[in-house]
Design a protein around this ligand. Structure first.
Ligand code: BGC
Length: 401
């Protein structure tokens, strides 16, 4: 039996600039690593130099598309200075993708910023939104000719949560008040960026890559209130930002990043907190995330029914120590997507996170999400066995049983 994926379904994988390129010395994350005594990204995967080889590998795995990001800090290393060298580099990246017959989905902001932008107050100041818009306009004008899909922000809520509530990512702030201001600034930057991109090239398809998570109430703690906290967490984390973009007609499709399910228990904080008790049924991956393909189907149907926009799964993946677990995750999640399609959800693409093992932010290099294993001593690439299974799925346009 064959699942009903549309013939032009985009099968691919995702990467981001800071996590793979290496030596992004002008980015805020680089400065953060220096001051926090963290494992630095360093050379990352040396993808800055090895991009052509990496795209050839993706093509050899029968992928049709790659989602990648531009590094704002490279393109605009100093305030008001655009680097022609960096723009030329990304031109070469896009012509390599074209040569390998890979359709690009381009993210403009994947968590990192130029260091100078942060020195001027970063996303905390509404005045700074213009700096971002100038970069967006330059990138789209200089590089947009062959790009149809733009993703303005990757996971704005994850960025806000880690950088401005938890304070574990740059700029390391822990304040709900500041986080609210950043939220408003990112929203306003997104809506204006959407309008600018459409003005420059009306045929572009513009969205964000939204991290969504299934928040189920924990059955073992404080029954009555758990539903309320799970509902609040889900609304604020999954939907509020998207609702506001929809109100402004500023989404052409919806980029969905999905990894796991979370159980919520009551707490003093407004959103409750994650229940880490062992007795929930789902297994955990090496990061402790609860794997749930059922949750994937549930959230896909929820977002599709709420927005009735075409969906592209811009990230889905896991980190394991055993190849069989990667394969199981892949098969279960592709099957869930097929069920979503059978339930009439309009899903247009699927991107495994990630093409390559890469720099996992504050966790360094221990956790490996790649279809392709990277040896970080000599930068050799090695295709993981489960990637061959993904190749088959790409070739057969779904799972044939
Ligand atoms: C982010 C990636 C990250 C991945 C795994 C996603 O939320 O977009 O940058 O590497 O999760 O943690």
């Amino acid at each position: 039996m064959k699942c009903g994926f549309p013939p032009d379904f985009l099968w691919g994988s995702s990467i981001s600039s800071y996590q793979t390129e290496g030596q992004n010395f002008t980015a805020d994350w680089y400065r953060w690593e220096q001051t926090r005594n963290l494992m630095p990204a360093g050379d990352a995967c040396r993808h800055y130099h090895l991009f052509d080889q990496d795209f050839a590998l993706a093509r050899s795995l029968s992928q049709k598309s790659i989602r990648l990001s531009l590094e704002w800090a490279r393109i605009c290393p100093e305030n008001r200075t655009f680097s022609q060298k960096a723009i030329e580099h990304y031109r070469q990246v896009f012509s390599s993708l074209k040569r390998h017959n890979l359709i690009p989905l381009v993210t403009l902001h994947h968590f990192t910023n130029p260091a100078w932008f942060i020195e001027q107050g970063g996303w905390q100041s509404a005045r700074n939104i213009d700096f971002f818009l100038k970069y967006v306009i330059t990138a789209v004008k200089e590089l947009g000719e062959t790009i149809d899909y733009w993703i303005v922000f990757n996971e704005p809520l994850v960025y806000i949560y880690n950088g401005f509530i938890q304070g574990i990512w740059p700029p390391g702030v822990s304040s709900l008040r500041v986080a609210k201001g950043v939220y408003n600034n990112l929203l306003s930057a997104y809506i204006t960026a959407y309008q600018e991109i459409k003005r420059i090239k009306p045929s572009s398809l513009v969205s964000i890559a939204k991290h969504v998570r299934v928040f189920d109430p924990c059955r073992y703690t404080g029954v009555g209130l758990t539903h309320l906290f799970a509902g609040l967490r889900s609304y604020f984390f999954n939907y509020r930002f998207l609702d506001a973009c929809m109100k402004k007609n500023a989404l052409d499709f919806l980029g969905v990043n999905y990894y796991c399910k979370e159980y919520v228990r009551p707490a003093l904080s407004f959103f409750g907190k994650e229940c880490r008790l062992a007795h929930h049924p789902e297994r955990k991956n090496t990061l402790g995330w609860r794997v749930s393909a059922e949750g994937f189907l549930k959230i896909l149907m929820c977002v599709y029914r709420r927005y009735t926009l075409p969906l592209i799964i811009t990230e889905n993946g896991t980190t394991e120590t055993d190849d069989a677990l990667y394969e199981r995750y892949l098969i279960e999640h592709v099957t869930a997507m097929a069920k979503g399609l059978a339930n009439k959800a309009d899903i247009r693409g699927y991107f495994w996170w990630s093409l390559l093992d890469n720099f996992e932010w504050d966790k360094g290099y221990a956790h490996r999400f790649g279809l392709i294993e990277v040896d970080f001593d000599n930068f050799q690439r090695k295709i993981r066995p489960f990637a061959r299974r993904y190749k088959q799925i790409c070739e057969q346009n779904g799972i044939v049983s």
